[in-house]
Ligand binder design. Structure first.
Ligand code: ASP
Ligand code: MG
Length: 436
């Protein structure tokens, strides 16, 4: 048994969906369980439509979304009725939101669920049309029970055995909705944005799959963001730990929470390109042969650096952490020197930064630099590579680096620069380590 997960970009339009059906058909002997995301962009569109409805702007946007699905169904030569129930339920949900002029996370989860519910039905019907016995399943009807943390729900421990039981009796290829579940009392929940990976690995774990395939729009995991480095290369083998480190440092290929269950059960994860199924892919597993190499260069924008000039900085760290914690800022790195404390954090904090800075003023003279990027060189045995630091520093010799941090994992070294320098820095490092 294998799990094949197709993300939004893989099912974005009629041609892509036909491609997906072909890929699944070619692996039917491996007994695939297919997991799908919503058609590319649909989750965002549904959120927008719900927001419009809540503002009293009606259901026009919602009708555009269902119209897009119906057009795909028509182009595939299928019958509109395959999503008939979903279309009318979604409309009713939007009307309810419009009438109440109120949108909360709970109803937003219900609205978002329709993206995956419609795409699963379309993909299953398309499979049937190419001669593969298939049926769509809503994950919540095959045992994906979660807690009630709407927008970011966690599967309950019993979900795994329930999923295994439900899927054991199924014939043909099940196409399961990614991203969604239901809580104990039957409210629809979502697992957090990008959560279809999570569904794929939960199912993989439940059925003890031989492999989980994540089908996406790049040739596996790459040595850098292809939007920045046009010659970014495929990474053949990656260890679980490296993948988690890459995600933590901004790679955004797999859902970090999502892929962990697969790793825990030692299931091989393979990342492949839906548009070019025969081209290079990436195999992620517990052990890799080649460790003494740089795996990838990652980056994260939207970082801020707080500089605090204080008397005896080490003694003041306790107060500083207390203030930072109270203002809900989650720290990325902390550096200290004889005269200063540097606190680095990413842009997505909940707290009020102005208030935090004011309070920090009681510790010492405070200033903030925003619009910084964190660039990281990642590799399992990074610090055992002979001459690694020399190579990194000479590549960045003329770059204005503002801070450096060594990943305590021993697998990464990171630099902070102004966002406008990030592209150049990444390209220089990439040329040094990958020659492209
Ligand atoms: N459709 C959901 C999202 O856009 C889940 C996913 O694609 O994994 O976040
Ligand atoms: Mg994704």
């Amino acid at each position: 048994m294998i799990v094949m997960k197709f993300g939004g970009s893989s099912v974005a339009n009629t041609e892509m969906i036909k491609g997906v059906a072909g890929i699944v058909k070619s692996q039917v002997k491996k007994k695939p369980i297919v997991v799908v995301s919503a058609l590319g962009g649909v989750t965002n569109d549904l959120i927008e439509a719900a927001t419009f409805a809540a503002n009293g702007s009606g259901t026009k946007k919602c009708d555009e979304i269902t119209g897009r699905h119906l057009a795909v169904i028509k182009e595939l030569g299928l019958g509109e009725q395959i999503i008939g129930d979903e279309v009318s339920q979604l409309r009713r949900e939007m009307e309810k939101i419009g009438a109440g002029r109120n949108l909360n996370q709970k109803s937003l989860d219900t609205v978002m669920s329709f993206g995956e519910r419609m795409s699963a039905r379309i993909v299953a019907a398309c499979l049937v049309s190419v001669g593969v016995n298939s049926k769509a399943y809503d994950a919540f009807n095959i045992g994906l029970v979660t807690d009630s943390s709407f927008g970011n729900a966690n599967p309950l421990p019993k979900a795994s055995s329930m999923i295994r039981r439900s899927l054991s009796g199924v014939s043909g290829v099940p196409v399961v909705t990614g991203f969604i579940g239901k809580d104990r009392v039957g409210n629809i929940t979502t697992l957090g944005r990008g959560g279809s990976d999570y569904t794929a690995s939960l199912i993989g774990m439940a059925v003890r799959a031989k492999e989980i395939q994540i089908w996406t729009n790049t040739n596996g995991v790459l040595t850098a963001d292809p939007r920045i480095v046009s010659g970014a290369l495929n990474i053949r083998d990656l260890s679980y730990e490296e993948e988690l480190e890459l995600e933590y440092l901004g790679a955004n290929t797999l859902h970090p929470k999502g892929i962990r269950p697969a790793f825990e059960k030692n299931i091989t994860v393979r990342v492949l390109n839906t548009l070019h199924p025969k081209e290079s892919d990436t195999v992620i597993k517990s052990r890799i042969n080649e460790k003494m190499r740089v795996a990838s260069i990652t980056h994260k924008d939207g970082m801020h650096i707080i500089l605090l000039r204080a008397q005896d900085p080490p003694k003041r760290l306790h107060d500083v952490f207390d203030i930072i914690r109270r203002h809900g800022i989650s720290i990325d790195s902390v550096l200290t020197s004889r005269t200063d404390i540097m606190i680095i954090f990413s842009g997505y904090y909940n707290g009020n930064i102005k208030d935090a800075l004011k309070e920090l003023g009681s510790v010492g003279k405070v200033s903030i630099r925003s619009g910084r990027a964190k660039i990281s060189v990642v590799g399992k045995a990074l610090f055992s590579i002979p001459g690694i630091s020399g190579k990194i520093f000479s590549s960045l010799a003329d770059m204005p680096i503002e801070a450096i941090s060594y990943g305590s994992s021993g697998m990464s070294q990171s630099f902070f620069v102004k966002e406008q320098h990030a592209g150049t820095a990444i390209r220089k490092l990439h040329r040094t380590f990958f020659g492209a």
